[in-house]
Design a binder for this molecule. Structure first.
Ligand SMILES: *Cc1c(COP(=O)(O)O)cnc(C)c1O
Length: 476
């Protein structure tokens, strides 16, 4: 499989070449040149595979330039019982009539980003060793993405991580999770200021091409195609588990729908790829919180990113987005994979602040299978409570956004799978509000808060950060 840019300005490149890049060289996003469609027999042949075995098969379709035995080794290392609490890696469990949860939060940081990051950690280290390169990851985090990246990249050869976070603005849990990592290649930097100040520093240094090249700086944000491809695997897995109980002759036509708590459109775009590859997914239901630019887009056909003033801090914070960085990949499909029409749409966005695709709106559901809905704080509280009262299960606020919207789209005879994107232990306040229960730390993390912490404090001065990176960057 080769990869091209949505803007049409990049020579087709293999997987290991695009793994290290975020954006395509022409400013577009990297997408597969063609997506192969698997047969029902091929899917059926994968039914008995373990999660790492299935990951090897599915990622083998994307990473055609990596030898199969190397890929198998990386998938075993990424998806092993030492990193994941559940033995099956991704448990699929019934929540209520018609709705099941896909447990994507069994990894080290209790959130679904581990699913992709753990594989990315393996594959980045592998590709860097092959090409004799080093990579210094620089990122800004208000909590979750940063910790998933650090846990995936800790101790990796040829890689260092410089993660900026706003001083005093993360939860005790998030701080403990990141700052307790003692690996030499992990550098936590607490910046005086807010998340945007951290983000601006990252942008300033990444935009300084000379500095960037001199210290081999890179990022692993949600547009990274390595992450997108690793997320495709669990849509295959979830369908296989949901259809396990069906009679053999019914399996090929056994459909599920999937609801995805969404922010930057990365997770659900992976679901779209799985559907395009032949997984019998009937509907992809996008669940948004109050920051519902994407729900608006799927209901009206108009994409209108919002400013900082219109972006709310909610109780499902990992979905608090003002624009959706992966949406360009979907718009590329909508405009018939025509780079000129795509570029025109982004030109329209730059000039008018919106992209108007109302003429294509009917196709969003009919052809691509998308539906969408919004959930608010009151909905999250009510949903966490109703699920707890009925089943005793505590779900996290992002998953609650998913369950709320999923309930609106359940169809008789079509199992609805809701992706569990985080564990409730990370969000004790809303759990207490909804259920009256004080939720404790999972057993295996019980002593996290008492571990020694290590962090470098900085004023927010660009030169101070440059000097720190120059001193601690890895080289080959
Ligand atoms: C990142 C994240 C999301 C949003 O995922 P996208 O791929 O950005 O759509 C949802 N829930 C949780 C808990 C997350 O960490």
């Amino acid at each position: 499989m080769k990869y091209i840019s949505t803007r049409g300005g990049m020579e087709p490149a293999p997987y290991s070449a695009i793994l290290l890049e975020g954006l395509a060289t022409d400013g577009g996003l990297v997408v597969p040149q063609t997506v192969p469609r698997l047969t029902a027999e091929q899917l059926e042949a994968w039914r008995s595979l373990s999660y790492p075995e299935l990951a090897t098969e599915v990622l083998g379709i994307f990473a055609t330039d990596i030898p199969r035995e190397d890929l198998a080794r990386m998938c075993r290392a990424a998806y092993n019982p030492e990193n994941f609490v559940a033995e099956e890696i991704v448990p699929v469990t019934q929540l209520e009539a018609g709705i099941s949860l896909v447990g994507l939060s069994e990894g080290p940081t209790l959130a679904f980003k581990d699913m992709a990051m753990q594989f990315l950690g393996q594959s980045l280290e592998y590709v860097l060793a092959k090409t004799d390169r080093a990579l210094n990851i620089i990122g800004a985090t208000s909590g979750d993405t940063g910790s998933a990246a650090e846990y995936a990249l800790r101790g990796k050869d040829g890689i260092a991580v410089f993660m900026l976070s706003p001083q005093g603005r993360m939860s005790d849990f998030q701080r403990a999770q990141m700052y307790s990592l003692a690996d030499d290649n992990i550098h936590n930097i607490a910046v005086k200021g807010v998340f945007d100040d951290c983000q601006n520093l990252v942008k300033a240094l990444s935009g300084d091409l000379e500095f960037k090249r001199a210290h081999e700086l890179g990022t692993v944000n949600s547009i990274n195609l390595g992450r997108i491809s690793a997320q495709v695997v669990y849509y295959f897995w979830a369908w296989l588990r949901a259809s396990d109980g069906a009679a053999a002759e019914d399996r090929a036509s056994f459909e599920v729908s999937v609801t995805v708590p969404s922010g930057n459109f990365g997770n659900i775009f992976s679901g779209y790829l799985a559907k395009a590859m032949g997984v019998p997914i009937r509907r992809l239901v996008l669940a948004a919180n109050e920051n519902n630019v994407l729900d608006e887009f799927f209901r009206t056909g108009v994409y209108a990113p919002r400013g900082a003033a219109d972006t709310h801090a909610t109780s499902s914070p990992s979905m608090d987005i003002s624009k959706a960085s992966n949406l360009e990949r979907f718009v590329f499909e909508v405009v018939g994979r025509d780079p000129e029409r795509l570029a025109a749409a982004w030109q329209e966005l730059a000039e008018t602040g919106r992209i108007d695709l109302t003429a294509e709106l009917a196709r969003f559901e009919a052809e691509f299978g998308f539906q969408s809905g919004t959930s608010t704080h009151a909905d999250r509280v009510a949903t966490i409570k109703s699920v707890f009262d009925a089943s005793g299960t505590v779900i996290d606020p992002h998953t609650a956004d998913g369950v709320k919207v999923a309930r609106e789209f359940v169809e008789p005879g079509v199992p609805m799978l809701v992706l569990e994107t985080a564990k409730p232990a990370k969000f004790p306040e809303i759990v207490l509000e909804a259920t009256g229960q004080r939720i404790g730390m999972p057993e295996h993390l019980a002593d996290l808060l008492s571990l020694p912490q290590r962090v470098t404090e900085m004023s927010g001065d660009e030169d101070e950060l440059r000097a720190f990176i120059a001193e601690h960057a890895v080289e080959r």
